[in-house]
Design a protein around this ligand. Structure first.
Ligand code: ZN
Length: 262
């Protein structure tokens, strides 16, 4: 014989309880779902009715399940662990037609719930798929952004390379221009120097000519003086000869004429 709480207190109650327990149908042992009905709720206060397993004060409930929907009952009030079920139905079972209708309505409700669950599952799969696609697109997008930025960097590099080439070419041209200018300057200076040299040569040759001319003139003058002296000597010779009186006067005149011609 199993021992229950309070079993030592009242052995008569125990017997009553056991007979009640064994006579209970198993379907009543499971408490149906309930709904709160303000007109029939709380613990039973009208009697000292207690539940089968816990021997606790029973509660007032309204079923909300299947063909019993809306039926009031007195049952186990425990909220933790095993509920020991219905003690007594307050309302008699509903008429069969109403039971069928309730059954149909609950079936519809469960079908709809199932459909909703299936839809939810399908939606979940779809959402997962879309999230995967989104992640893939985000990946592609970031890849694209990377590529574009790389492209821009590359173009910038080319541009700067072009700029480098251009500035290098400009520098080379400047260098060439400078060299040409310097060459031209040198040539100009050379030309000036050449000109000066030629001028100096001309001046030098002029000076030479003048000097030579002067020299020649001086020599001529010396010669002239010599000739004058010679002439004087000859005149003196003639005078001496004339004084001596020789008859060759005519010849002497001729010599004189010759001397005078000089
Ligand atoms: Zn109980």
């Amino acid at each position: 014989m199993p021992s229950w709480p309070n079993s030592n207190e009242t052995s008569d109650d125990d017997d009553e309880y056991m007979s009640e327990f064994s006579s209970m149908q198993m379907e009543y042992f499971q408490t149906p779902d309930t709904v709160i009905d303000p007109s029939f709720c709380g613990l039973v206060t009208e009697s000292d009715r207690r539940c089968i397993l816990h021997r606790q004060r029973a509660g007032k409930f309204m079923a909300f399940e299947g063909t019993d929907t809306g039926r009031r009952f007195i049952g186990c009030a425990t909220e933790d662990g095993v509920n020991c079920g219905v003690l007594e139905w307050v309302d008699a079972p509903w008429p069969v037609i109403l039971q069928r209708c309730l059954s149909k309505l609950w079936n519809m409700y469960h079908e709809q719930n199932l459909g909703r669950a299936q839809d939810n599952e399908a939606h979940g799969i779809e959402v997962a798929k879309l999230q995967k696609e989104l992640a893939s697109l985000a990946n592609q997008y970031s890849q694209l952004v990377d590529d574009v930025s790389k492209l821009f960097d590359y173009q910038d590099g080319i541009k700067s390379h072009d700029m480098d080439c251009t500035s290098q070419a400009i520098n080379e041209l400047k260098e060439m221009k400078k060299q040409l200018e310097e060459q031209a300057k040198i040539e100009l200076q050379m030309g000036k120097l050449k000109l000066k040299k030629e001028q100096r040569c001309i001046l030098q040759s002029q000076a030479d000519i003048i000097q030579n001319t002067r020299k020649a003139m001086k020599e001529l003058e010396v010669e002239k003086d010599l000739l004058k002296e010679e002439k004087k000597k000859l005149e003196n010779v003639i005078v001496e000869l004339l004084k001596v009186g020789h008859g060759c006067k005519e010849k002497l005149d001729k010599i004189k004429e010759v001397v005078m011609e000089e």
